[in-house]
Design a protein around this ligand. Structure first.
Ligand SMILES: C[S@@+](CC[C@H](N)C(=O)[O-])C[C@H]1O[C@@H](n2cnc3c(N)ncnc32)[C@H](O)[C@@H]1O
Length: 287
């Protein structure tokens, strides 16, 4: 298992970091539609200590830092040193003093608690050992502390990712994680889409008061159609299929571009390409 997670950490630190960096403007703004609503509904009060799990560029940690104020503290953790470095620099540039970041594997490492709250926007779906990770997060929470996770709901309600995956699967041969030596993202964005499975995981990890709220929002997936096609070919399951297919993925790209143009064109508007997306806000308490 440790070997498998090395491949995941390496992916987030290299190819996926590079892709996230390239599309940072779309990701941080688009994904914030979900985290802003989750944070509005699930308050992180003044003076609270908060852990941001799988913090990426740290923009949600910065947002929470505004809620908890100078008497509170937000600590972002990510397994990829490149994200930790980028998050640290962004927070410094923004002059935010009550936020810090460190590098650790949430599944196995000390999370430097205790915290009053843990929050994660799309940072918990890539664990190869989700039960161990959720237990480790709970152990870092004070008794009564709350975890809020924003995770993607089922594929069919997330056409911004799923439609591209369906088209790419028709064209590019799929290489499974087991059949490649290449680094990969881990279980993938829909691994926590099923509330029954996720509530069982949370129960096993020792949480109670587990609740799921659905939230739907259109998000911008490109400032124009060309960018939306590039974005779809780089990220999510479609991007991973193309990348893991190696030379064959490259060779089939013209066909993929044509298919994605057809699929994404109906979502194009004057202000960019916008597609429906849907998440669960999952909340759970450390008893
Ligand atoms: C989809 S990104 C989300 C980043 C950020 N929260 C956001 O919403 O923009 C998933 C993040 O989880 C991190 N991650 C994946 N597995 C992890 C692990 N085992 N421990 C810590 N971080 C992990 C990745 O490095 C990546 O930054």
């Amino acid at each position: 298992m440790a070997g498998e997670n090395d491949a995941v950490i390496a992916a987030w630190n290299t190819v996926l970091f590079d892709k996230f960096h390239r599309f940072k403007h779309l990701l941080t703004e688009g994904l914030a539609a979900h985290s802003d609503e989750a944070l509005a509904r699930h308050v992180h009060p003044e003076a609270a200590r908060v852990l941001d799990v799988g913090c990426g560029f740290g923009d949600s940690a910065q947002r929470i830092a505004g809620y908890v104020g100078p008497r509170g503290a937000v600590v972002g953790v990510d397994c990829a040193g490149n994200f930790v470095e980028a998050a640290t620099q962004d927070a410094l540039r923004a002059g935010i003093g009550n936020v810090s970041f460190f590098e650790a594997d949430v599944q196995t490492d000390d999370l430097r608690g205790p915290y009053d709250f843990a929050f994660s926007r799309f940072g918990t779906m890539f664990f190869t050992m989700p039960g161990a990770a959720l237990r480790n997060i709970r152990n870092a929470l004070e008794p009564g502390g709350r975890l809020t996770m924003v995770v993607w709901r089922r594929r069919e309600d997330n056409p911004w990712l799923h439609d591209a995956e369906v088209r790419v699967r028709e064209i590019v041969p799929v290489v499974s994680h087991e059949d490649t030596d290449q680094v990969h993202c881990g279980p993938g964005p829909f691994s926590m889409a099923g509330p029954d499975m996720v509530s069982s995981l949370l129960c096993s990890a020792g949480y109670d008061r587990i609740a799921f709220e659905r939230y739907d929002a259109d998000i911008c997936i490109g400032r124009d159609l060309a960018e939306a096609i590039e974005f779809a070919m780089a990220l999510g399951p479609a991007g991973e299929i193309i990348r893991l297919a190696g030379e064959e993925g490259e060779r089939r790209k013209p066909e993929v571009v044509a298919a994605l143009r057809e699929t994404l064109a109906p979502h194009a508007r004057e202000d960019g390409v916008w597609a429906p997306s849907s998440t669960w806000f999952v909340t759970a308490r450390n008893p």
